[in-house]
Ligand binder design. Structure first.
Ligand SMILES: [Cu+2]
Length: 190
């Protein structure tokens, strides 16, 4: 024995162990109660409080007029130099099937669905939205360098789901500006 203090007797040791166990049990119960409280609060909060910004649209009349009419789809260069990309998902494709965006520029995606729930995801980025019929999904993004990325639908939407994908082509900022000078809406659909 190197310890100068003599070890506690068996009763004392058991009492000590029990105290430690009880303390840890109390801490674990507190953590579980806290997690349940957080889950309950967020569930009630998100049900009771509407989202700050919800844009709705009638999925039955997308092709007849308004923001998502076919002639308005694709990329638009805004007066402030940013780019707005509008696209529609439907069973089983995206329109346009190839989105053209400039590198190093703020890009806003505005998307919706014409029929059922689809997914909008750009591979290798954190761009990931659900396209829900009746709602406009909007997300800001920025692409660092030119390149090409896959854009698969990632919400199961029916028998043709696996064939539902598009591409995002990122081009040089100057090249995009030159194209935008000639066309009101741009895409890379050939
Ligand atoms: Cu889909």
């Amino acid at each position: 024995m190197t310890d100068s203090v003599s070890p506690p007797g068996p009763d004392l040791a058991a009492e000590h162990a029990e105290r430690v166990e009880n303390r840890w049990a109390a801490i674990m119960i507190a953590i579980v109660v806290l997690l349940i409280a957080i889950a309950t609060f967020s569930a009630i909060y998100h049900t009771a409080v509407p989202q700050a910004r919800v844009e709705t649209i009638d999925p039955r009349t997308l092709h007849l007029g308004g923001e998502f009419i076919e002639s308005n789809l694709g990329s638009a260069l805004e007066p402030d130099g940013s780019v707005t990309v509008r696209a529609v998902g439907q069973q089983y494709s995206f329109t346009p099937a190839c989105l053209l965006v400039p590198a190093d520029t703020p890009v806003t995606f505005r998307m919706t669905s014409a029929d059922v729930v689809h997914g909008f995801l750009v591979a290798g980025t954190n761009i990931n939205l659900m396209l829900v019929p009746g709602y406009i999904s909007s997300l800001g993004a920025r692409f660092d360098a030119p390149g090409e990325r896959l854009m698969p639908c990632h919400e199961f939407c029916g028998v043709g789901h696996e064939g539902m994908w598009a591409r995002v082509k990122i081009v040089d900022k100057a090249a995009f500006a030159a194209l935008a000078a000639q066309h009101r809406r741009l895409s890379c659909v050939e």
